[in-house]
Design a protein around this ligand. Structure first.
Ligand code: ADP
Ligand code: MG
Length: 561
């Protein structure tokens, strides 16, 4: 009897709690388990009860708020019998030392958990404000309807409903794997309890300690902070993500498909030669400019500028303008059908054209099926384009490919000067999309492809890619990553930020699992007391948050490197 009471006293508070819960079941709910006389299956049942609560807390893909509520509910349920027991003891004239200790430990646990959650929410909200502020700085948006971040992401922050565990695939998986590991340990303890029925209570105590450490909350906090931190650092550098899933996807991209015009070249086209056929030079330029009046393609802008036609002005007589992606435009003007575009556009309409003698991008003009000549244009490679591509490689990009609608003679020269691994020319939008699918299939299905363009006629290419990156500040289509900075070096910097963030996350997930496992073992072998374990568990969470915040300096480190 004496020995038994000694053993009871040494029982860690976790089992102590379970005992109190069982008293609660017996006395308040008048529940009695029929098998409990045989051995401590009563405790076993309570252990399962705790398991379900922790499982709900850890696994159910709900918002952080609800998770927190579940966690609080689990602790409060555990505390009720403790308080009742304490009152009973006080009435008997005894001091409930153990109960008070458990009570304080639990309150402390709740307080620390709330503190870590609050820090996480505040940090993420600050990040979002900063993301918006920095983006506004870059974009100089004149309208009030500022919609760079998608509404879902913004609302989630505002309602502090931050978590999106389903979408943070990798972290959801590792926290699940991590939870499963602890559940397995828990089950091993329970099986041992069944095998050694005489010391079942001892094993169940140990199983409960394992469950205390099974919560992957710290990993989730870390995941949130690193994702929003990455978005914040990127905004500072001049890039805006559509939502908080993109940084993770972007970090996984190993293949980059670039379009040429306005992406690796500056898109400031200069007309180098005008070759009219049967009309004057000015007449040819004017017809081309009128046909381009509605296009926002860099080529259209250059032609309109040369002809003195203002951007946005539609000359009277223009009835219908159709843009043909990767080819040019077809315009109905004063009763005449005008085609302005590359050779492939004229071939589509069986119109004869002259092959230019000089190299360059030729924009052919045809009026009512009659060839009227061509404009030879060229643009320069963007500043720092070479360095940007080299940096992408240094940070982990494996294949850099150029997919362009321009002619081979022009695109090959640019591709070789920029050291691209592969170049495909004269592609239509759809052909660019299938080229991306082909690239993915050659690298295996898990390969991720980022498509980088200027946002003009890139919709099909963007759609077939895993992450779409646009250099257009206000693209027509929804893009995953918008580079609002004029500097192409922003792209490798953001890639570096995303990859480093994922690395930070991996390290913290592994580190957390290792440290928690260590403390769990120390707890199970009774080296550490339950109160110390509770404090340690939450110290780990706070540590994880601080570690996640180190990703904020990435942008500065990237710029220095
Ligand atoms: P890239 O693939 O290099 O980004 P695009 O797909 O935007 O280039 O355009 C490919 C080609 O299609 C251009 O080189 C040009 O010959 C033709 N083109 C596209 N849009 C126009 C336009 N508005 N006017 C004339 N030609 C155009
Ligand atoms: Mg383009």
């Amino acid at each position: 009897m004496n020995q038994k009471s000694n053993m009871r006293r040494s029982i860690p508070s976790v089992l102590f709690l379970s005992e109190k819960i069982s008293i609660f079941f017996h006395r308040v709910l008048k529940l009695r388990f029929p098998w409990e006389r045989e051995f401590s299956l009563r405790d076993l049942a309570i252990a399962f009860f705790a398991l379900i609560l922790f499982a709900l807390f850890s696994l159910v893909p709900v918002s952080l708020r609800i998770r927190n509520l579940l966690y609080g509910a689990a602790l409060v349920i555990c505390l009720i019998p403790v308080v009742l027991q304490a009152f009973r003891l006080i009435r008997k004239g005894k001091t409930p030392v153990e109960e008070i200790t458990v009570f304080i430990a639990a309150l402390f646990a709740v307080f620390l958990h709330q503190l870590v959650l609050a820090i996480t929410v505040v940090c993420c909200s600050v990040f979002i404000w900063q993301i918006e502020a920095y983006t506004l700085l870059h974009v100089e948006s004149e309208s009030n309807t500022f919609e760079l971040l998608d509404e879902k992401s913004r609302n989630r922050i505002r309602s502090s409903d931050l978590e999106k565990s389903r979408e943070h695939r990798r972290i959801a998986f590792s926290s699940f794997a991590y939870f499963v590991l602890f559940v397995l340990l828990f089950l091993v303890m329970l099986i041992l309890a069944l095998i050694h029925i005489s010391s079942a209570a001892e094993w169940i105590q140990r199983a409960m300690i394992v469950m205390v450490f099974a919560s992957p909350a710290a990993i989730l906090f870390c995941s949130l902070l690193t994702h929003y931190g990455a978005m914040f650092s990127s905004a500072k550098a001049g890039a805006v993500f559509r939502n908080d899933q993109i940084p993770e996807d972007f970090a996984e991209c190993k293949i980059f498909a670039f379009s040429k015009t306005g992406t690796v070249t500056d898109g400031n086209y200069q007309i180098t030669e005008i070759v009219p056929v049967g009309i004057g030079e000015d007449e040819l330029l004017r017809i081309a400019a009128v046909a381009e009046c509605r296009s926002n393609h860099p080529i259209a802008a250059a032609i309109k500028k040369a002809a003195g036609l203002k951007e946005g002005v539609v000359p009277s007589g223009v009835l219908d303008v159709t843009e043909i992606p990767g080819k040019g435009v077809s315009t109905f003007f004063s009763g005449r059908q005008i085609y302005v575009g590359n050779a492939s556009l004229l071939e589509d309409h069986d119109i004869w054209y002259r092959v230019p003698s000089k190299s360059g991008t030729a924009i052919h003009v045809a009026v009512d099926s009659t060839y009227r000549g061509y404009l030879l244009i060229s643009d320069a490679v963007r500043d720092h384009a070479f360095e940007a591509l080299e940096e992408l490689r240094a940070h982990g990009a494996e294949r850099l490919v150029m997919l362009t609608g321009d002619v081979p003679s022009v695109s090959r020269v640019i591709a070789s000067s920029l050291n691209f691994d592969m170049v495909k020319s004269q592609l239509t939008s759809e052909e660019k999309a299938s080229a991306i699918n082909f690239l993915r299939s050659t690298e295996g299905d898990r390969a991720r492809v980022a498509a980088v363009g200027d946002g003009k006629h890139d919709a099909a290419m963007f759609q077939s890619s895993d992450v779409s990156v646009s250099f257009d500040q206000k693209p027509d289509d929804e893009v995953d990553l918008r580079i609002v900075s004029d500097d192409i070096l922003c792209l490798p910097l953001v890639y570096h930020i995303c990859r480093d963030t994922q690395r930070t996350l991996k390290i913290s997930a592994l580190g957390l699992a290792a440290v928690k496992l260590l403390f769990c073992i120390l707890g199970v072998s009774k080296v550490l007391s339950p109160v110390v374990l509770v404090i340690l568990q939450f110290a780990i969470e706070a540590g994880a948050v601080v570690f996640a915040l180190t990703c904020l300096t990435l942008e500065r480190r990237g710029l220095q490197g």
